[in-house]
Write a protein that binds this ligand. Structure first.
Ligand SMILES: [Zn+2]
Length: 479
């Protein structure tokens, strides 16, 4: 099978290159100057389009198995496909959580049946409880381990519990103490893998909620109960553990100026810390809570314009390495329960690329930088580069083809999620996702799937160097 993508502009961290690109049997086989006669079974005309290495969402909670009334892997990966992603990395906190290699293998087999895009799997890091499983999960291909810092675990269901004060203590695995967290960093350091954490210090949160003196009624109350200093403190502790152990530490869904400042300082000191942010922190502010109500509720919370500006600056200067959606659906009725009761999280997998393409056209991020934060650097952090996240010869022929002249309107009724209510309903965006190619086959056109489901499991290998070491966009002559 030969697929030729003609007349487009290839984008990588090294720049924009006018070239045709030939895929043979799922692999990138050659690139040519425009206009060369090349035989192919199928041709895409990409005149005026930007061809990115297939975009990756490293932060997806598909709720499957366990909470399939909220979302399913089939729906989340279909949304991912239609929204311009070619690979997603699935978080470990479905039920049961992925805390052993046995559950990891079960989860892989379960998701292989319903994946519309390629996928990698996260493992869960619990501290002493599953220390011995962490190297095994990396051996099985985990893209990273996630530490839900401050959360307890239900012994029976193995589901994460945030507000555990009210639960009977004998039913819980309590969050590890910092000494145990340090030991967890040592374990991950020995594997060469990455440890990612939800960073909001639970003691700061508990005191802040108490100081508020009453239940959370408004969005301002929510922000008072979850101050930015909680994020900064956790990141600072994690950075010191990374420094002490050499473990790669990744801050997921970073939301605040205070957090970004700690990351910047740690990186400047040579500590192996990277950070992710999400479209909600880059496009919304607390002011949007007036219109959105509890639909805007995510942890950490969306803050102020100054935070958003700092996060964009950190994307531009490299202190934020990656962007993930934190797709974390709930029932609409659950989300409408008020700022105190509503669970945190919302849709994201289908809107991330359109929102960031609009930001690119607005000049907030260059195409080269977008290729890094959504493809090459993300793939490097998670041990799937250069198979994913590059347009190098010999790698998986995954591409996201963007039309900068197009337009996109986000509408609830177009969402593929099981509970299709998005914070961005009605947003009119510049640019559109015109097609996606997964391993050499056209998988999506104009927001609609093409052909059968074809997603496969992608095992990570953390011994392969990332793109900072090996970042050539290879152009070559015809085979
Ligand atoms: Zn998350």
């Amino acid at each position: 099978m030969r697929l030729l993508v003609r007349n487009g502009t290839l984008v990588s961290e090294n720049g924009l290159v006018e070239a045709d690109i030939l895929c043979i049997d799922g692999i990138i086989a050659a690139t040519y100057e425009h206009g060369r006669e090349v035989s192919a079974d199928e041709t895409i005309d990409a005149t005026g389009k930007l061809i990115f290495p297939g975009f990756i969402d490293p932060h997806v909670h598909s709720r499957d198995p366990g909470h399939t009334h909220k979302e399913t892997f089939e729906r989340s990966t279909l949304g991912a496909l239609c929204g311009g992603l070619t690979t997603i990395l699935e978080m470990p906190n479905a039920v049961p959580a992925v805390s052993t290699v046995e559950i990891f293998e079960e989860r892989r087999a379960h998701h292989e049946k319903s994946a519309w895009v390629d996928f990698g799997l996260w493992g869960l890091a619990l501290g002493p409880e599953n220390d011995a499983e962490i190297p095994k999960m990396f051996d099985a291909g985990a893209v990273g381990v996630k530490f839900f810092w401050g959360y307890a675990l239900d012994k029976e269901t193995k589901s994460l519990i945030y507000n555990f004060a009210a639960a009977p203590p004998e039913s819980l695995l309590l969050p590890p103490e910092n000494g145990e967290v340090l030991a967890m960093f040592e374990t991950v350091a020995r594997t060469g893998g990455v440890l990612a954490a939800h960073c909001e210090d639970r003691h700061v949160l508990a005191s802040s909620a108490k100081a508020l003196g009453h239940p959370i009624r408004t969005y301002d109350d929510l922000l008072a109960a979850r101050p930015a200093v909680a994020e900064a403190v956790s990141i600072a502790v994690g950075a010191q553990f990374a420094k002490a152990t050499g473990c790669r530490f990744h801050v997921v869904h970073m939301a605040s100026e205070e957090g970004a400042t700690v990351v910047r300082e740690a990186r400047a000191a040579g500590i192996p810390v990277t950070a992710e942010t999400c479209p909600q922190y880059l496009t919304l502010t607390a002011d949007d809570a007036v219109e959105l109500g509890p639909l805007i509720k995510v942890y950490p919370p969306v803050r102020h314009q100054s935070d958003q500006d700092t996060l964009w600056a950190a994307i531009q200067d490299g202190n934020i390495a990656s962007i993930g959606s934190d797709h974390a659906p709930h029932l609409v009725a659950e989300k409408m329960a008020g700022f105190e009761e509503a669970p945190a999280g919302g849709l994201g997998v289908e809107t991330m690329v359109p929102l960031l393409v609009d930001a690119m056209i607005a000049g907030k991020i260059t195409p080269e930088r977008l290729a890094e934060v959504l493809s090459s650097t993300t793939a490097s952090i998670y041990g799937i580069y250069p198979r994913k996240g590059s347009l190098q010869l010999g790698t998986d022929a995954d591409m996201t083809i963007i039309d900068p002249a197009g337009t996109t309107v986000i509408r609830n009724e177009d969402m593929h999620a099981l509970n299709p209510v998005t914070t961005w309903d009605g947003w009119e965006l510049r640019g559109s996702v015109s097609a996606s190619v997964i391993r050499g086959q056209v998988a999506m056109r104009d927001g609609f799937p093409v052909g059968e489901r074809r997603g496969i499991f992608i095992p990570a290998n953390h011994s392969i160097p990332g793109h900072e070491l090996e970042n050539e966009l290879v152009t070559a002559e015809a085979p």
